[in-house]
Design a protein around this ligand. Structure first.
Ligand code: GRF
Length: 203
């Protein structure tokens, strides 16, 4: 009998290259997870096109834009996650902090990808080009991408895996961004697939 795959929600607000890579990987019948919904705090992000192209529901959740104090975002998100029977959340270019309630409900079941070798160059305000600029400014010889579990603090959850790249001399910030994105798009599906197997084998 075929087992049910682990139901994953992608939360993203950007371009969507990692969302696309996660979805492509899940088309392999041996993959342990399936992407059942893409959720965003933005109305029209690149990830919406990725979801539409793959006939995956896209949910715009404007309440996620609100401040955490009024709790509306957290409640709307909980309702969505329940409606889609979500087991695991994959953050993929989602910049807002996840509320403590959701972190509690999904303990060790929220993953994120970050464009550096964590714990270096992580934390509040460190995202996208800002990370690569800092890496270049410090004359690093290498950088990479990391996949980690999400807790209450930006980029501080347990690291599940990382990929390294060498920084060539005179590498521009855009070149670095492209190079890191390429390794991210390979690393994230691989880690998510392996991580979901633990839930899969217990089901
Ligand atoms: C990636 O660089 C990821 O590390 C970070 O946000 C970016 C999202 O890129 N968390 P994309 O939207 O998946 O192309």
């Amino acid at each position: 009998m075929e087992k049910d795959r682990i139901r994953v929600a992608i939360m993203a607000s950007g371009f969507g290259s990692n969302a696309s890579a996660l979805i492509e990987f899940s088309k392999n019948t041996l993959c342990s997870y399936e992407i059942v919904v893409c959720i965003s705090n933005k109305e029209n992000p690149g990830v919406k096109r990725v979801a539409n192209k793959n006939a995956i529901p896209f949910e715009y959740c404007p309440a996620l834009q609100e401040t955490q104090e009024d709790n509306k975002g957290s409640i709307s998100l909980q309702l969505l996650l329940q409606a889609y029977k979500i087991d695991v959340i994959a953050l993929s270019g989602y910049l807002k902090l996840i509320s403590p309630e959701i972190i509690f409900m999904f303990q060790d079941r929220i993953l994120n990808i970050h464009p550096s070798l964590l714990p270096k160059y992580g934390g509040k305000g460190m995202y996208g080009i800002k990370v690569h600029n800092a890496v270049l400014q410090d004359s690093n010889k290498e950088t990479g991408a990391s996949v980690h579990l999400v807790n209450e603090k930006y980029d501080e959850g347990r690291i599940l895996g990382s990929s390294r790249i060498i920084i060539n001399e005179n590498c521009s910030v855009n070149e670095l961004n492209e190079k890191v994105k390429k390794v991210e798009n390979i690393l994230y599906p691989d880690i998510l697939n392996n991580y979901c197997k633990q839930f899969y084998s217990h089901s």
